[in-house]
Design a protein around this ligand. Sequence first.
Ligand code: HDD
Length: 710
Amino acid sequence: MTDQPDTHRESSEPAAAPLPRTAPPDPRSPTGVPEPPTAPDARRQSGERLTTAQGLRVDDTDHSLTAGPRGPVLLEDHHLREKITHFDHERIPERVVHARGAGAHGTFRAYGNAASVTKAAFLAEAEAETDVFVRFSTVLGSRGSADTVRDVRGFATKFYTSQGTFDLVGNNFPVFFIQDAVKFPDIIHAGKPHPDREIPQAQSAHDTFWDFISSHTESTHMAMWAMSDRGIPRSYRTMEGFGVHTFRLEAADGTTSLVKFHWKPALGVHSLVWEEAQIAQGADADFHRRDLADAIDAGAFPQWELGLQVMPDTPDETFEGIDLLDPTKIVPEELCPVQRVGIMTLHANPENYFAETEQVAFHVDHLVPGIHVTNDPLMQGRLFSYLDTQLSRLGGPNFAQLPINRPHAPVNDMLRDGMHQTAVHDGIVAYKPNALDDDRPTASPDDGFVTVATPVEGTKGRHHPVSFTDHFRQARLFWLSMTPVEQAHVAQAYAFELGKCASPRVQENMLASLARVDADLASRVATGLGLPVPAGDVPEGVEPSPALSQVPTEPGRVEGRVVGVLVADGADLGAVAALRSALGEEGVVVRVVAPHGGEVASGDASEPVDRTLLTTRSVEYDAVVIADGTAGTPLAADGRTHVLLQEAYRHGKAIAAVGDGTEVLRAAGVATEAPGVHVLDAGSDDAARVLRHDLGMHRAWARLEALAGL
Ligand code: HDD
């Protein structure tokens, strides 16, 4: 291979020596597999000069070839035609679901304690480090839709392990809407925009979605998650992730267990409030994408621990009465604790969105020895869908050769030709067994992937297992596990979403379902809709799972949180600098907000302005400070200051008013004696301390409770 041109590199240099014409194929050499993606040459263009795709230097790219200065454009202008033709074909089909996403590179480090349940090397070997690429996404919206819509979030991780690539294609909810993949097109058709006018975009608040949910009671549990604060995450960095299905893990000694995968974010699990999410859709549609990229750029690398719930592999595949093959059920952490087995750190943003985040191709069936699928019918259907969808989305069967998809393990696959083939396979043998190549490449019965031997029996049929028929018990479990504020948010979300439905029948059907979850919930939503409160039997004896609540019991980590400091010319800028320095030590970003851009000045001091009242909204900040010396300034008189402070107050964010900044707060009509509102003396250096605490608690929960009338 060394004297062959590198087929992956585009260069202005002449091609290397031509392919040897007479040398016989070396029967012992591996097939010409592409360089692994870590080889930079395979991925880069090079040279200083602009060229055509054929490497021809271009003399002028700004003017078409014409017959005379005012004459027609000539067909012979290859550069013009190539440039426009390529542009015409720049877009590929967006993903049929999860079209809108953001990705990042990182590393997974195993603790080694998973060796007792799996022989997968990347999990079992202590300190083993594995490259990963993660793509977070919304489900329903198109590629250009807003980030903060109410939706499930995809959380897909590609582990480039030494034994081949393992993909954990999960979500930020642990359950799914349906139990059988045959219904996937139905739920997605119902959730996507109505086909006549193609509205609403990236929303579940419409008739067809709720028609589906109300007529599929198995969806009730997941819909509760979507209506909870989990449906509007604060950041991708503050989301849990779940493999959803039960997997079968196999240890080196052959013992197997039934396992659920969890991602636990180091920053805790936090969400937006609904009004905030709505404002962000307009103020910064890229809210989550920007947050992830900014945090990584700033060195606040997001981290998640990988956790396992390990359950015995019994013939009936149940645990504590829960059918482990039913993807609408969780196993509460109180019944089976999540054991942490490794940590993932995302430390690099993609260099090119299209090449990496758009072209990455995940597949539930990308497995490694020690990890197996189960007979969950939703999972089984997925095993077909992901390869199939990549074929049309990425235009053929060779997408695994794209740099982002190439395994970091050696590949010698005997797959040949096809659209967009980039490997130059040598030799003449591409079949097994063979005599011409000494039967190479060889199979690996010892350490290759061997499907775990599980018995299969049964009668053919479209079955409805009885164990899949309990649709309300865990929906109620979720409701009972929420704190009063979280319950208020759930009830409000149902009232909003169903309030956007035009069909009274859909509203009534859904209320009937909610009545089978909880009478109080059904009553609150019915009141919001102005409809009669339905009656229904709720499951009895349901125990809550406190682990499902997102309200923290103690302050958590705060890296990447953002504090907005309202200032004006003449304000106490020394205090602003001190706050930035104190909070900066914790990884908190301080942004200066002023009535005008450029710099604000006070005496000899000055501060660069990060945002003006025109370019900012409250949703950009986790806490707000009003600096001393702002009373009587243009900042204090501006209505946008008032809106910003009122929103921060309504959204339960920490607010600190220093010195005469309190007057600005009062002028905005914001209560100065509410939980999480701090009135500090001029010159006080307390702001950093109180904000550190409040940011760690995420919201002033007592204020939100009071605002909800609880
Ligand atoms: Fe799926 C994409 C997660 C059920 C069919 N799915 C996709 C992505 C995630 C999930 C995170 C985006 C991956 C990326 O970023 O590229 N899907 C799930 C989870 C499910 C689930 C957690 C249930 C537990 N999906 C599911 C079913 C089917 C599909 C039942 C079909 C029978 N999913 C697809 C797909 C997609 C996809 C059509 C679209 C783009 C892609 O695969 O690569 O094949």
